[in-house]
Ligand binder design. Sequence first.
Ligand SMILES: *Cc1c(COP(=O)(O)O)cnc(C)c1O
Length: 403
Amino acid sequence: MTRRPSEDGAPPEAVCEAPPETGREAPPEAVRDALPEAVRERALAVAPPAYVYDLAGLRAHAAAVRAAIPVELYYAAKANPDPRLLDALAPHVDGVEVSSGGELAHVRAVLPGVRTAFGGPGKTDEELAAAVGGRPPVHRLHVESPHELRRLAALRRETDVLLRINLPVAISGAALRMSGPFGMDSEALGACLDLLERAPWIRLRGLHAHLASGLAAGPLLEVAAQVLGWARTWMEGPEEVTLGGGMAVDYRGPGARFDWAAYGAGLASLRRPGETLRIEPGRALTAYCGWYVTDVLDVKRSHGEWYAVLRGGTHHLRTPVTKGHDQPFTVLRSGGGGPVASGPVTLVGQLCTPKDVFARQVPVDRLAVGDVVAFALAGAYAWNISHHDFLMHPKPAFAYVDH
Ligand SMILES: *Cc1c(COP(=O)(O)O)cnc(C)c1O
């Protein structure tokens, strides 16, 4: 995994971090075309800055993904744990993947009785106890190390586990490779098997892998084939394999979608009778339903370049900073008087740091003080990964469209 140093003392988004994407930003008309009319109306009615979530769009998208995917489908809550989004997703997924005790408690409260899978490194004894002792107990616990399994076994509770593997698979084109502290190599898996022999109350159900993110259907299927090939030789007839998330979201093409149909067909042909396969996407489920709407406070030229200063900033929408891209946007309404930028303009927020940038040197016909701007693809790893309290600006409003 590539890590860049965090800026402003805010935590690095290790799991979401990726090398900067190069190439052109999304053309504004592509963003405009991707904006549903009901979202536009609501976005113009709320006081900026605001998040506007398209629940109807999320439902339709989740239903389409569900229809295309012939294996179990869990939603990775860390992409966006907003209760209204969880509620909209619930009828279309088999369960929710959580990565902390906090997420587990939240998901249990929002969706009582929903199946959960609990993964992630560094689970504390308290988190393990909450996982196996809470109501309902987690459906699957993803074991990240022999030491974690030892502590789980000490609780002496019946638990169904998947061992998280960290295979050295060949991955081309991944925005982010998950290695380092995530999962185990074969040596550690062997140690887990020894432990399991002495702890029969823990049932080994299979393996878990989440090896890369930002992949298109083809490469993701290649990874799945490698994982399954390995799993089948390691465990005679694995009952279950979770193949992770990591389906790409194209921030340069807001209208583009991961090819769920091709991925689903590929999974159907990879699966063998009797096997349970599961995927756990986050970003590619919720990214499209969120919009961050704000307005232009100031426009100015500095060292020969145009800047538009927007209300709010990356303390509300950190995604472009962590991913190193230009967040796609469209202008919803033109403002009144004041200075006007034309040509390449850099859209920044109100924070006192040069890193508070939404999009750099984007060609525009005009961007003026008072213009209302909507940033697309703000439904995943957006508000919930942002450093809200930096500079103590007001929080955004949250609006939900359910047309
Ligand atoms: C973050 C995460 C996911 C979801 O990844 P996306 O890139 O959002 O699809 C799935 N599984 C695990 C274990 C994760 O850590």
